[in-house]
Design a protein around this ligand. Structure first.
Ligand SMILES: [Zn+2]
Length: 272
C-alpha cells in the first residue's frame, strides 16, 4: 500500500519508524512493547480507575511489585495528547474492510467495550491490522487545540506481531446516531458480564465518518499498562450522537478520559 509520498523527511514518519527519527535521545526511552490483553468476561477488572486514589495520576504507582504500570509513570511517548500544531499534510492510502458481524458487548467498569468477530481489518503499508475491539470514552481523551469532544471511540487494531493501530473517532452532540442507539440498548446492566448478540450484526464502519483526514502520531495505550509504540490515527471529522445518547452512556460510565500527556519530542502530521 502507498503510505506516504516521497517527501524524505515525512517518510521517516512511516508507521513504526516514528520513534526512531526523534533523535538518539529518544532511543534511551524506548522500552519493549507489552502485549496487554483486553479484560475478558469473568476476569476481575483491575483496580485502576479514573478518580481519586486509583485515578490516572496514580496509575504508575500501582502494581509496584512488578512495575507493571511503569510506562504510565515514566513513558515519554504517552497518549492521549492535545493536537495543536500539525506538521505537514501527506497522502495516505489506507484501505478499510469492516464487515458486519455479531457483537459481544461488556461493561468492564472502565468502558463499554465491543468485540467483533475476525475478518474486519485495515490494510496499511502492506500490513494488515485486524480490528479486535472498540470502546468509548467520555469525554474525549484527545483534545483538538485544547478542546474536548463529549465522546471518543477507539477502534483497536492489531497486526500479527501485536503492533497496535488505534483509530480514534470523536463524537459531538447533535442528531441521534441510529447504530449507537442499538448498541446502547444492549449494554449489560451487570459489570463484567459479557453479552453476545448473534441476531444483531454491526459493522465498525457504521461508526466511522466517510471523510478521511487523520492526525497521526506515535503514542501509547491510554489505559494501564500504558504500553507505547501504538500508532494513532485520530479522525478530524466527528460523528454525531444525541444528548440523550451521551447521558445514557454516562449512566454506565461517569467519565473515563485520561488527561492529555506531554508531546515531548513527537510531532503530529496530517494524513489524508
Ligand atoms: Zn480507549
Amino acid at each position: 500500500m502507498v503510505f506516504l509520498n516521497s517527501n524524505p523527511i515525512l517518510n521517516h514518519f512511516k508507521r513504526g519508524n516514528a520513534i526512531l527519527c526523534l533523535g538518539f535521545l529518544s532511543a534511551l526511552f524506548v522500552l519493549p512493547a507489552g502485549t496487554p490483553s483486553p479484560v475478558r468476561a469473568g476476569e476481575p477488572a483491575e483496580p485502576w480507575g479514573y478518580e481519586g486514589g486509583t485515578g490516572p495520576r496514580h496509575w504508575g504507582e500501582m502494581e509496584q511489585d512488578h512495575d507493571k504500570h511503569i510506562m504510565c509513570r515514566e513513558g515519554v511517548h504517552q497518549s492521549p495528547v492535545d493536537i495543536r500544531e500539525v506538521l505537514g499534510v501527506e497522502k495516505l492510502d489506507l484501505k478499510s474492510r469492516y464487515r458486519e458481524t455479531p457483537v459481544q458487548i461488556i461493561n468492564n467498569r472502565h468502558t463499554i467495550l465491543l468485540r467483533v468477530e475476525p475478518g474486519s481489518y485495515i490494510q496499511w503499508d502492506d500490513e494488515r491490522f485486524e480490528l479486535i475491539q472498540f470502546h468509548f470514552h467520555h469525554p474525549s481523551e484527545h483534545l483538538l487545540k485544547g478542546n474536548a469532544y463529549p465522546m471518543e471511540i477507539h477502534f483497536v487494531h492489531r497486526a500479527a506481531d501485536h503492533e497496535y493501530v488505534v483509530l480514534a473517532v470523536f463524537a459531538r452532540v447533535g442528531r441521534e446516531h441510529p447504530r449507537i442507539e442499538k448498541l446502547w440498548d444492549k449494554i449489560p446492566q451487570e459489570i463484567d458480564r459479557e453479552k453476545t448478540y448473534s441476531d444483531e450484526r454491526l459493522s465498525a464502519g457504521d461508526l466511522i465518518p466517510d471523510s478521511r483526514v487523520y492526525y497521526h502520531y506515535t503514542g501509547s495505550l491510554t489505559t494501564p499498562p500504558c504500553t507505547e509504540n501504538v500508532t494513532w490515527l485520530v479522525l478530524e471529522e466527528p460523528i454525531e450522537i444525541s444528548q440523550e445518547q451521551l447521558e445514557h452512556f454516562q449512566k454506565h460510565i461517569r467519565q473515563n478520559a485520561r488527561p492529555v500527556q506531554k508531546l515531548h519530542h513527537r510531532i503530529i502530521i496530517e494524513l489524508k
